[in-house]
Write a new protein. Structure first.
Length: 157
């Protein structure tokens, strides 16, 4: 009969295994290859499949279904993970350039439940809404911040 492993040792072993798996899949390029000669990686194709098969899935449900590690970003870059948290909680005044430059994204997909982030993004002048329905909003991050001119009409800097 085996003895239970102390939590801290189990956490260390799990972390080491996750780091190895990430290194190895990155090294062999397993997650970067287009699935069936498509422009989508295996993870992207799996995500699209899950989105098509489920009725209004949550991010947690999708993460669980795909086996995505919620601690991956924190393990890889703790500062970037904390920045992500501040952005999604609406604590960053100008989230557009941060998302674009630090995360390399041009679009933001958000459920409509993250009111603090959504309000901050909308008022920042960095986003154009390209799609919106009752459940989600997709926003494009502008190259330049939109500002209101003295007449109250939107304009560009």
């Amino acid at each position: 009969m085996s003895r239970p492993v102390p939590a801290s040792l189990a956490d260390q072993r799990a972390g080491a295994l996750r780091r190895f798996n990430r290194f190895y899949t990155r090294h062999i390029g397993a997650l970067n290859e287009g699935l069936l000669q498509s422009p989508f990686s295996l993870t992207e194709a799996r995500l699209l499949y899950e989105l098509a098969q489920r009725k209004q899935p949550t991010a947690t449900e999708l993460s669980d279904a795909l086996g995505l590690d919620p601690g991956y970003l924190f393990d890889k870059d703790a500062d970037l993970s904390r920045l992500y948290d501040r952005i999604t909680l609406g604590q960053e005044q100008d989230p557009g350039p941060l998302i674009r430059d630090r995360f390399g994204a041009r679009y933001v997909f958000s459920d409509n439940l993250h009111h603090d982030f959504f309000d901050q993004a909308r008022s920042s002048g960095w986003f154009d809404i390209v799609y919106e329905d009752k459940d989600c909003t997709i926003m494009y991050i502008r190259d330049e911040k939109r500002v209101e001119n003295p007449l109250g009409e939107p304009g560009d800097e």
